[in-house]
Write a protein that binds this ligand. Structure first.
Ligand SMILES: [Zn+2]
Length: 310
């Protein structure tokens, strides 16, 4: 098991099918002519990061001339000869004049195509960044949108600023009895467990963050830290880096009171029963009844582990 190369399907929010055509962003004439083309399509994102859907299952994209909402225009990319834009709205009632078919990425993730997922994930990430980063970090002046929505430029000192992506590690830890470690944040309801996760600190590698976070959160040591897959998590600005790791030494869990409400070791069968039937398993240290949603990389790590041959 220790030498196995872990693999998972492409995580849901990592799916994408468009070309980002970054070389066009700095060409306003090209971008304007694409906007004037009636075959282009526009994803309008409300202030609440929701988008119009067809019966909640696919995106309802507009033609440029149909867009009446005020907001930042972003060049998302191109696919099969169609150019895609987003218009990011920040003000007003989140869904004023909009109906119930407006939903956000969290609600839509499991039903969208790869093309729709890639467009909506980028639009959601950019909106969250523009909303929170309106001023120059050097001089405090209000910055202006540049590069067709992919950067902001300070009109005073000319500095250019790019969307933030904060790396976070998320790790499935195994013990030598073929069990995996699942834990519950105090923010989650009892019985709903997941793998451990945490932000990478300044000046730290992702692998070191895995070892540190496991130590801090449940008081055990791990080795054999292996990268598996990543996916953006634009709520608001994370990139989740998925790992597996093996527990070493004393595997008695000592949960950190502030971050972990309960933690335990669970067999594949126990985890599978919780996933498939919502069946409960209680151990000395944890009760498992439910897993994270299928759009999460946490769930992908767990599903892949269940599917592995022990
Ligand atoms: Zn400035």
């Amino acid at each position: 098991m220790a030498d196995q190369i872990p693999s998972v399907p492409v995580p849901v929010l990592a799916r994408s099918a468009h070309n980002r055509i970054g070389h066009r962003r700095g060409n306003p004439d090209w971008v304007q002519s694409a906007w004037d083309d009636s075959t282009s399509r526009v994803l309008v994102l409300s202030a609440a990061a929701t988008v119009a859907t067809r019966s909640g299952a696919s995106l309802e994209l507009a033609t440029p001339s149909e867009v009446t909402v005020e907001g930042d225009r972003v060049l998302l990319g191109e696919a099969a000869g169609t150019v895609y834009f987003a218009v990011l709205s920040y003000t007003g009632s989140a869904t004023a004049g909009l109906d119930d078919d407006w939903q956000g990425l969290r609600q839509l993730a499991d039903s969208l195509s790869d093309l729709e997922l890639g467009l909506l994930t980028s639009a959601t990430a950019l909106q969250a960044w523009h909303q929170r980063h309106t001023r120059c970090p050097r001089c405090g002046a209000v910055t202006e949108v540049s590069q067709s929505g992919w950067s902001r430029t300070c009109p005073v000192d000319g500095s250019e600023h790019f969307p933030r992506t904060d790396p976070a590690v998320i790790m499935l830890v195994r013990d030598d009895q073929d069990r995996c470690l699942l834990a519950r944040s105090p923010l989650w309801p009892p019985g709903r467990l997941s793998v451990l996760a945490g932000f990478v600190e300044a000046g730290e590698s992702a692998e070191a963050a895995v070892i540190r976070e496991v130590g801090e959160e449940v008081g055990i040591a791990v080795a054999n830290v292996r990268y598996v897959a990543s996916q953006p998590h634009p709520f608001p600005a994370s990139l989740m880096l998925g790992f597996t790791a093996d527990a070493i030494g004393d595997t008695t869990l000592v949960p950190d009171d502030d971050e972990i409400a309960e933690a335990g070791w669970f067999t594949r069968e126990e985890v599978r029963r919780a996933r498939d039937w919502g069946q409960e398993t209680a151990t000395d240290t944890g009760v498992l009844r439910a897993l994270p949603p299928t759009m999460s990389i946490a769930r992908q790590l767990i599903d892949s582990w269940i599917a592995e041959q022990p």
